[in-house]
Structures are given as structure tokens and as C-alpha cells.
Design a protein around this ligand. Structure first.
Ligand SMILES: CC(C)(COP(=O)(O)OP(=O)(O)OC[C@H]1O[C@@H](n2cnc3c(N)ncnc32)[C@H](O)[C@@H]1OP(=O)(O)O)[C@@H](O)C(=O)NCCC(=O)NCCS
Length: 186
């Protein structure tokens, strides 16, 4: 299986934020932006994989600034990393006010997608050809995020397994803004 350069699957979606996208506060609904990001992640991942891809997880979703109705949102996506059957698509979101020409970066997040073959089984993806310093930096960063996520899963599994330690729970919550209103069964 041969590889593809990052540029092969780099894609952009541009969309006008119409009034029906607004939430009760009059700003663009976060779910609308999530849906656009998911579509773009699908396009980039499926183009690289040459297969149908599904979303398995999303990292670093933060809405740093509100997006206004009437602004034009551009989402730029590229495959940052490939594993054996998974790919990470990095997405940068920019919102532009067409009247004053001011653009703002509203968020950058990372979609992990998994390729599937025609039978619905997970499928191997082509390698990623890194042609620039940015390509290498993004691939290495995704590798680090993957390691941190895997360590986090191991940590939380171990934590949940020893959650019956009531003394540790009471100590942990002592300075938190909650009121323990359960019987101490320890
Ligand atoms: C994605 C899915 C096929 C993975 O199944 P699985 O049995 O864990 O598959 P595998 O163990 O073969 O792992 C395949 C890859 O997915 C990655 N993966 C699995 N779970 C993951 C998670 N929670 N986060 C990030 N990556 C994950 C694995 O690390 C592996 O990557 P690699 O091949 O690059 O090493 C399965 O979880 C699924 O079908 N989920 C539903 C996806 C979906 O329907 N999405 C639409 C949203 S509703």
C-alpha cells in the first residue's frame, strides 16, 4: 500500500452563517460548527484512506470566541497523522465578518477517524508522506496526544477500580464546591 502526501487530502469548507444556525443567545450554535467539522473530517479522512471512515473521537473542542450570524466560516482540514487503521484530521476554524473584513480564529480541534472496508471491517490506511516542517510537527504532536490519551485511559481504569476508597474520596473533595450528602458506608 503506497502513501499519500498531506496535500492530497487537504480540504476546505466555507459556509455563510444564516439565522437558522443561531442559538437562543443569537450566536451560532456550537453543534452547527461541530457538524461542519465532522463533515470536513470525513472528507479529508476518506480521501486519504480511499475508504469510508467513521468518527471515533474528537479532541480539543473549544469555542474560543462566539461566531455571529452573517459571518463566513472557513474550516481548513488536513490529515495530521495516520496509525494502522486510524487517522487524525486537524481542523482550524476561521470566521470572517464580510463588512469589515476582520477574521478571527475560533478553534482548532482534532478528529480521530477509523477507516472501514466495503464489508464494514476496519481497514488499513495508506502511509502519510510528510513534505514540510509543519507536516512533521503536526504528525509528532498527534503522536504525543495519542500517547497522552492512552496513558489517560490506563490511569482512569486504575482510578475507577480503586474508587471504593472512601477516605481518599473525602480527602479529594474536601476543598471542592460540593456537599457530600451520602451516608458513609466505609
Ligand atoms: C471506530 C471503531 C470501529 C473502532 O473499533 P475497535 O474495535 O476499537 O477497532 P480497533 O481496535 O481495530 O482499532 C482501530 C483503530 O481505532 C483506534 N481507536 C479505537 N478506539 C479509539 C478511541 N476511543 N479513540 C481514539 N482512537 C481509537 C485504535 O487506536 C486503532 O488505531 P490504529 O489502527 O491507528 O492503531 C468502533 O469503535 C466503532 O465502530 N465506533 C462507532 C463509530 C461511529 O459510528 N461513529 C459515528 C458517530 S455516531
Amino acid at each position: 500500500m503506497t502513501g499519500h502526501p498531506v496535500a492530497y487530502s487537504r480540504s476546505v469548507i466555507t459556509e455563510l452563517m444564516v439565522p437558522s444556525y443561531a442559538n437562543f443567545g443569537g450566536k451560532v450554535h456550537g453543534g452547527t460548527l461541530m457538524s461542519l467539522m465532522d463533515k470536513l473530517a470525513y472528507v479529508c479522512a476518506s480521501k486519504h484512506a480511499g475508504n469510508y471512515c467513521v468518527t471515533v473521537s474528537v479532541d480539543n473542542v473549544q469555542f474560543l470566541r462566539p461566531v455571529e450570524v452573517g459571518e463566513v466560516v472557513s474550516l481548513m482540514g488536513s490529515v495530521n497523522y495516520v496509525g494502522k487503521k486510524s487517522l487524525v484530521v486537524g481542523i482550524k476554524v476561521i470566521a470572517e465578518n464580510l463588512q469589515d473584513g476582520v477574521s478571527k480564529h475560533t478553534n482548532t480541534c482534532y478528529f480521530t477517524m477509523v477507516a472501514k472496508d466495503v464489508d464494514g471491517d476496519t481497514a488499513e490506511v495508506p502511509q502519510l508522506i510528510l513534505e514540510s516542517e509543519d507536516d512533521v510537527r503536526r504528525f509528532c504532536s498527534a503522536l504525543q496526544r495519542r500517547r497522552i490519551r492512552e496513558e489517560g485511559v490506563t490511569f482512569m481504569d486504575a482510578y475507577k477500580a480503586r474508587f471504593t476508597d472512601h477516605f481518599a474520596v473525602t480527602e479529594l473533595l474536601a476543598s471542592e464546591r460540593c456537599i457530600l450528602a451520602i451516608e458513609n458506608t466505609g
